[in-house]
Design a protein. Structure first.
Length: 264
């Protein structure tokens, strides 16, 4: 018997085969082990925002090829055709359970969510829009790190986004990051870990360099699971691990409590 392609999906953690319709109902969470599979940016936006309350910002910003890296334009065009996205992050103004926010959501399907000039610019503009509107800022991180095809231009985005968030902090505004699987490299080393409140999805991979690179640098054995959300929470780098089904409620409560404190 021929089984239609895409009917069954293998869990990336427990390796069990899951009926695709079941995954749609659980929002891409494995019903067997609770593993949170990557979620597209638009699916994430639909999951956490109020119905039809999302105004996209800067949707036409795209990276160029600042160092004439071979084949780069073909790769970005291929990513756009596969995902329908123009870049690895979507930004906009939204409501989460009636609470106003500026939202940025990364998508690992677009060149592994890597941060190039366009991603850095869109994140920075989202920070500035948050300052302008006096709205809280929420960023969902999902990234393999800096985009190597843009070399130093990509690395500059770490400083650029961090400087914008420094101005955001001076304004006394709330910034929440949600670390999803995976959050690594230059994104971790910049805006991902600068949140006033840092949330993470269960079992998310969070780190800067790979384990082998770290072991070779510090010449020490690393503990099991040291780059997991659970390990980072234990060590105080993550404030709370939140299951996907609870994220909308948790985010809206945090924003509401912060608003109440500011108005008191």
């Amino acid at each position: 018997m021929n089984i239609p392609e895409g009917m069954w999906i293998k869990c990336g953690s427990c390796k069990s085969n899951i009926y695709a319709n079941d995954l749609e109902e659980t929002k891409q969470v494995c019903p067997s082990c609770g593993y949170h599979m990557p979620l597209s940016a638009w699916d994430r936006i639909e999951l956490i925002t109020d119905n039809e309350i999302f105004i996209e910002l800067d949707e036409n910003i795209q990276s160029l090829n600042p160092i004439d890296f071979p084949d780069y334009e073909r790769k970005t065009k291929t990513s756009t055709l596969k995902t329908g996205l123009k870049e690895a992050v979507i930004t906009g103004i939204a409501k989460i359970n009636t609470e106003d926010v500026v939202l940025a959501v990364m998508d690992s399907r677009y060149m592994m969510g890597s941060m190039g000039s366009a991603v850095g610019e869109k994140i920075t503009r989202a920070v500035e829009k948050s300052i302008e509107l006096r709205y809280p800022l929420v960023i969902f991180c999902a990234s393999g790190g800096a985009r190597m095809q843009e070399s130093i231009f990509s690395l500059m985005q770490m400083a650029k986004t961090s400087a914008a968030l420094g101005r955001h902090k001076e304004e006394g505004l709330l910034y929440i990051t949600v670390l999803t699987h995976p959050t690594t490299g230059g994104v971790t080393a910049s805006f991902a870990m600068l949140g006033d409140i840092i949330l993470a999805e269960p079992k998310a991979l969070i780190g800067f360099a790979g384990p082998r690179v770290i072991e070779q640098t510090i010449r020490q054995r690393l503990p099991e699971g040291f780059q997991s959300a659970e390990f980072l929470k234990e060590k105080g780098f993550v404030d709370k691990i939140v299951e996907r089904k609870d994220l909308k409620t948790v985010l809206s409560k945090l924003i509401f409590f912060h608003k109440e404190r500011k108005e008191a």
